[in-house]
Design a protein around this ligand. Structure first.
Ligand SMILES: Nc1ncnc2c1ncn2[C@@H]1O[C@H](COP(=O)(O)OP(=O)(O)OP(=O)(O)O)[C@@H](O)[C@H]1O
Ligand code: SF4
Ligand SMILES: [Mg+2]
Length: 326
């Protein structure tokens, strides 16, 4: 099965993936549940950049963690190169994990601040149980630093001595340490200045070309997503509402249209935040029965308020709306 799937154009296939979080409002409060990711089906083609965009809290990071199985799904499947991640025993999952890596918004959130750059870059090897002698370690660190454009003289520096852009380069270097094929990048430039953001995006573009990587790139910034990504997945309150097959494809979902209208800055790298869209966002713990976007949608009808639109795939385009834009 893996051999057949290896020929597939998709490196990753997400099938009906859901994550429900149960929380308690207070110690004696009633338990409530919310669907952070609901029934997401998605293909991630090899060698391309699939972007996921949506407002804060729509489930982007939860989806990212589910795709890498850093979080257990409530329902659904993730197939990596044709292999269902949930079916793998721990040792096989650990081996497969080398091929898929995460780049965080804050690269040092997952690294001990007392680690030097050199140690941070060697850590993935150590975790995988690969012993390197002193010469191999130096070579490995120097190779990674060159790949991500860091001055080799910084190898003995500590995170507090680095700029935000340099720290993110270390984060990307760590992600590349085990020669992965697939990177999930969760808002990798969101905390950086605009000019530094452009440099990191250029680096990611170059690495993708040189190493033939596949990216799942997450951002709340549609301008950046349209600039960098080949395909765009739009999420609203845990669900995919539209998949655009190219960055320039015209949107057919009213929410995608509203997002595009709100990013007016012509230079994509200067658009940092989706402007507030008008209308109430429904309470994720208490979603209305129909389309979750209905309270904000100018095209909403009675049907929209009672019947949730299913996502319909038409070739590479996908849409969940009863009254799509023409
Ligand atoms: N461990 C958790 N327990 C309970 N609820 C959670 C947990 N993780 C996330 N959530 C909730 O799930 C929803 C989706 O969160 P998520 O972090 O995936 O959104 P996001 O799109 O990444 O947002 P942002 O743009 O702010 O990073 C939010 O309402 C969040 O509060
Ligand atoms: S289903 Fe109805 S409310 Fe939802 S986006 Fe489409 S038109 Fe708007
Ligand atoms: Mg997030």
């Amino acid at each position: 099965m893996a051999d057949a799937a290896a020929k597939s154009a998709n490196l990753v296939e997400v099938r009906s993936l859901s994550k429900v979080f149960a929380t308690r409002a207070s110690l004696f409060g009633r338990q409530r549940s919310m669907t952070a990711v609901g029934d997401v089906t998605l293909d991630i083609p090899r060698g391309r950049v699939t972007g996921v965009v949506g407002e804060s809290g729509c489930g982007k990071s939860t989806l990212a963690r589910l795709v890498l199985r850093l979080l257990e799904a409530s329902r659904g499947q993730v197939l990596f190169d044709g292999v269902d991640l949930a079916s793998l025993p721990g040792s096989a999952l650990r081996r497969l994990r080398r091929r898929m890596q995460f780049v965080f918004q804050d690269p040092y959130s997952s690294i001990d601040p007392r680690y030097s750059i050199s140690r941070a870059l060697l850590e993935p090897m150590r975790v995988q149980g690969k012993a390197l002698d002193a010469k191999q370690s130096t070579d490995h660190v120097q190779r990674l630093m060159a790949m991500v454009g860091l001055n080799p003289a910084l190898a003995r520096s500590y995170p507090h001595q680095l700029s935000g852009g340099q720290k993110q380069r270390v984060g990307i270097g760590r992600a590349l340490a085990l020669q992965p094929e697939f990177l999930v990048l969760d808002e990798p430039t969101a905390s950086l200045d605009v000019s530094i953001q452009a440099q990191i995006v250029a680096l990611l573009e170059k690495l993708k070309q040189d190493l033939g990587l596949t990216y799942l790139f997450i951002s709340h910034d549609l301008g950046l997503i349209r600039y960098f990504c080949d395909r765009i997945v739009v999420m609203y309150l845990g669900r995919v509402v539209e998949v655009l097959p190219t960055a320039s494809a015209p949107p057919r979902h009213p929410y995608t249209r509203a997002l595009m209208d709100s990013t007016f800055e012509p230079d994509p790298l200067r658009r940092r935040v989706i402007n507030r869209l008008s209308g109430e966002i429904p309470d994720a713990f208490n979603l209305p029965p129909g389309c979750a976007y209905a309270p904000r949608c100018p095209n909403a009808t009675g049907r929209c308020r009672i019947e949730r639109p299913e996502i319909i795939f038409d070739g590479e385009h996908a849409l969940a709306c009863h009254h799509p834009l023409q």
